[in-house]
Design a protein. Structure first.
Length: 217
């Protein structure tokens, strides 16, 4: 009986407290704000736990089944024009040399400087692709004499290109280390990057050359 009596007393106290809070809230709401004071909200301030749970609640419920997920993906799928515009923008930023859109091998000021050094003058290594086409033609031609001469020419040109590539790698690595003394610049990685950049056709290089031929870098 004591427990029941205490429960009744507690319930009565809670009811009295709730009534008192309601009366206080009503008095605050009826009392007009004084000069320099902000008007009361007229309601109790929510608890931090309730406010955080409301803020973290997702705007839209998550899909429960695979069918709902598929329907949601189709509804939010970008149109073909939007995908084309995004691809064109990405391509333009890559051509401009934006590090956020470049491949990891092309990022950073060191690689940008190496590209400027390579793009500042022509190279015999740039004839690598045409030379590969000549090799294919020499293989297809049925004339043995022409095949021998073209094979010999391609072999000599390849030796010259390899020599120029090694010299280009050494000189470019030396310039990059002087330009960026605090960077760890690998001779092998820089040499291969120089060769791949110089062997590409100038109009097809990505990022696009930002210096003209003959410019001082």
């Amino acid at each position: 009986m004591r427990f029941l009596r205490r429960s009744d007393e507690t319930t009565g106290n809670d009811a009295d407290g709730t009534a008192a809070d309601a009366a206080t809230t009503q008095e605050v709401a009826d009392d007009p704000p004084r000069k320099g004071q902000t008007a009361a909200k007229g309601r109790a301030t929510p608890k931090r736990r309730d406010a955080q749970s409301t803020a973290r609640r997702p705007a839209t419920p998550a899909p429960r089944t695979r069918k709902e997920a598929s329907a949601y993906a189709k509804a939010n799928k970008p149109t073909k024009d939007a995908r084309r515009a995004a691809a064109a923008e990405r391509r333009a930023r890559m051509d401009a040399g934006d590090d956020r859109y470049l491949l990891p091998r092309d990022r950073g000021p060191v690689r940008a400087y190496i590209r400027d050094v390579i793009d500042s003058r022509p190279h015999l290594v740039g004839l690598f692709m045409p030379l590969a086409i000549l090799v294919l033609i020499a293989v297809v031609l049925p004339v043995p004499a022409i095949q021998q001469y073209m094979s010999l020419f391609c072999l000599l040109a390849l030796v010259v290109m390899i020599g120029e590539g090694v010299l280009l790698a050494i000189t470019t690595t030396r310039k990059a280390r002087v330009k960026f003394p605090t960077e760890n610049i690998s001779a092998l990685g820089t040499g291969w990057y120089c060769f791949t950049r110089a062997s590409q056709v100038r109009k097809l290089r990505v990022p696009k050359p930002r210096v003209q031929r003959g410019a001082t870098v």
